[in-house]
Design a protein around this ligand. Structure first.
Ligand code: FES
Length: 137
């Protein structure tokens, strides 16, 4: 009878957008930057998953992003997606980045996974704040 039971993992996968699945399976910009201009690390207050972001800034714009995330599929996917999304953004643009904007742009997240996009938004903003602290910008 076990073969007729729905696989909870399959249900979860079916609830994700194509973009979430694509970025989860082929993450972009994962890794580290040597001597980044700004960096930040935070834990998700809901589940404890963790993300670290490192940025390079050129002429007031995001020139490079690398990230390391220990978390669920949507946390990995939104980390990757947001790292591409903010390329070339001004620091002020990143200041206004919200988890809702990331979740909407990636095609939505299931209700119980909406909190997973908070890491990418919060940690990117914190990395910009760290850049400003270090550079006096
Ligand atoms: Fe922790 Fe998704 S369950 S970020």
């Amino acid at each position: 009878m076990t073969g007729t039971r729905p696989n909870p993992n399959n249900r979860e996968v079916a609830a994700y957008s194509d973009l979430v699945m694509e970025h989860f399976q082929n993450p972009r910009n994962a890794g580290e930057l040597v001597e980044p201009d700004g960096e930040a690390s935070k834990a998700n207050p809901v589940c404890g998953d963790r993300m670290r972001v490192m940025i390079r800034v050129d002429a007031g714009r995001i020139a490079e992003v690398r990230w390391q995330t220990r978390g669920c599929p949507p946390a990995i996917a939104t980390s990757s997606f947001a790292s591409e999304m903010v390329q070339g953004w001004t620091l002020e643009d990143v200041d206004s980045l919200t988890r809702e904007r990331i979740a909407d742009a990636i095609g939505g997240l299931p209700g119980d996974k909406v909190h997973c996009s908070v890491l990418a938004a919060d940690v990117l903003r914190a990395a910009v704040a760290d850049f400003r602290r270090k550079s006096g910008a």
